[in-house]
Design a protein around this ligand. Structure first.
Ligand code: HEC
Length: 143
């Protein structure tokens, strides 16, 4: 019993000390967001930048992206499988290829998605692992 309450206090302290803390969000959200931020720094920020602003017409922005708003399932698929088809973000055409990361687990993809969909201009709430698993099953891996 006391071990559980010590753990609970630890989690609450951890969540409230976190600079990325979003008030009113669940502990699960905070965990996804923090893990997602680390994965983003490791795998994505080279191209899309820490600021999410991308790089000119080479790498599209994530901070303000109509593509992200309209294509959640395509974004989930492209994190895993990459993209080389070319796409349009905020009226600008991008046509470099993005390497996928097939070794990411569904949980890691949910964490990355939760981070990018709740950073900068986005405020979408948690992206659950169950949603990710379902979307990944429906990816068109040919493109
Ligand atoms: C090597 C550079 C590179 C890396 C690393 C990279 N991307 Fe991309 N990303 C691109 C390019 C280039 C495109 C456009 C692809 C196309 O034209 O088909 C893109 C497209 C996107 C899009 C859709 C367009 C938009 O701006 O909304 C999202 C979302 C995205 N990337 C997220 C990520 C995430 C999350 C990661 C890390 C898991 C990541 N990218 C890693 C280069 C990269």
């Amino acid at each position: 019993m006391s071990r559980i309450s010590v753990f609970a206090v630890f989690v609450i302290v951890l969540a409230s000390c976190n600079p990325s803390n979003k008030p009113g969000r669940s502990v699960k959200f905070q965990q996804y967001f923090v893990e997602g931020e680390q994965l983003y720094t490791l795998h994505c920020s080279n191209c899309h930048q820490k600021s999410g602003k991308g790089l000119g017409l080479l790498y599209p922005p994530l901070d303000e992206s109509d593509y992200m708003q309209e294509n959640l399932s395509d974004v989930i698929c492209l994190i895993k499988n990459g993209s080389s088809g070319g796409l349009v973000v905020n009226g600008n055409k991008y046509n470099q290829s993005m390497p996928g990361i097939p070794t990411l687990t569904d949980l890691e993809i949910a964490e990355i998605a939760t981070f990018i969909y709740n950073s900068w201009t986005h405020d979408q709430g948690i992206i659950e692992i169950q949603q990710v698993t379902k979307m990944l099953q429906e990816c068109n891996t040919g493109s």
